[in-house]
Design a protein around this ligand. Structure first.
Ligand code: ADP
Ligand code: ADP
Length: 222
């Protein structure tokens, strides 16, 4: 589902953020991406979303060669990928419902279908009763759940997360991780960037470690 082959990324200023990265995530796999700040985690996620382009090598996402993907086809790629951010990037003047509905409205989905999908997504993250709240009325953990509901509302085959528990305490972090596991259990391919080695260790899933842009570990958590 996600395949990196000899991938290099050099930014305009000459900085080599990724060097010869090779890995494959099969459909339905779940893995963590770890490494110190500046190791290249965000860059790797941006290459998957085609927010950045590899300088060399090949990134393949669900059969799409991203180096050959025309601009017109980027929305088609993005619909395959749900993204969860550390700061969840919610609209604070809109209801929970509206926040989750947004990707479907942009897609031009029929409003009747939107209501059904939004409620299914909110149900999965345990927030059905709060659909009319605004994010300000929610706790940090609940806000992150809204971010997750928004990421999965169009049922993407791939779910990416960039430090999704960065602002949460250990108990809430564990709960958020259980949600990712639930989506993985129904076949979603999940890749989570995190520097929280304790949390990753407890999850017992495959771990990819980046050190200064190179993969230095791929396997069981250290
Ligand atoms: P991480 O997510 O692991 O903290 P990043 O992928 O954000 O790492 O960054 C990897 C390296 O690339 C860092 O040294 C960072 O300063 C550099 N970098 C990131 N984005 C850019 C950019 N747009 N231009 C130049 N250098 C960048
Ligand atoms: P429908 O409106 O099609 O009945 P459901 O919400 O009942 O949708 O979901 C059908 C199944 O699809 C559920 O088991 C759900 O967990 C699963 N599923 C598969 N991929 C995803 C995804 N990315 N996000 C949410 N659910 C998903």
């Amino acid at each position: 589902m996600i395949q990196f082959t000899n991938v290099f990324k050099r930014y305009e200023n000459g900085h080599e953020a990724l060097q010869n990265v090779n890995f494959t995530l099969q459909e339905g796999e779940m893995a963590f991406l770890t490494g110190h700040s500046g190791a290249g985690k965000s860059t790797l996620l941006k290459l998957i979303m085609r927010m950045e382009v590899a300088t060399r090598g090949q990134v393949m996402i669900d059969g799409l060669h991203l180096s050959q993907l025309g601009k017109r086809h980027i929305p088609f790629l993005r619909r395959k990928i749900g993204v969860v951010f550390q700061d969840h990037q919610l609209l604070f003047d809109r209801s929970v419902y509206d926040n989750v509905a947004l990707p479907l409205i942009i897609e031009g989905m029929d409003p009747k279908d939107i209501a059904k999908r939004v409620r299914a997504a909110l149900d999965k993250v345990g927030l059905l009763s709060k659909e009319q709240f605004t994010p300000i009325m929610l706790s940090g953990g609940e806000q992150q759940r809204v971010g997750i509901a928004r990421a999965v509302v169009n049922k993407p085959p791939i779910l990416l997360a960039d430090e999704p528990t960065g602002n949460l305490d250990p108990k809430l972090s564990a709960e958020i991780m259980q949600l990712f596991r639930q989506f993985n259990a129904v076949g979603v391919t999940v890749l989570i960037a995190s520097h929280d080695l304790n949390l990753i260790g407890r999850m017992g899933q495959r771990m990819l470690a980046l050190t200064e842009g190179s993969i230095t570990h791929d396997g069981a958590p250290r």
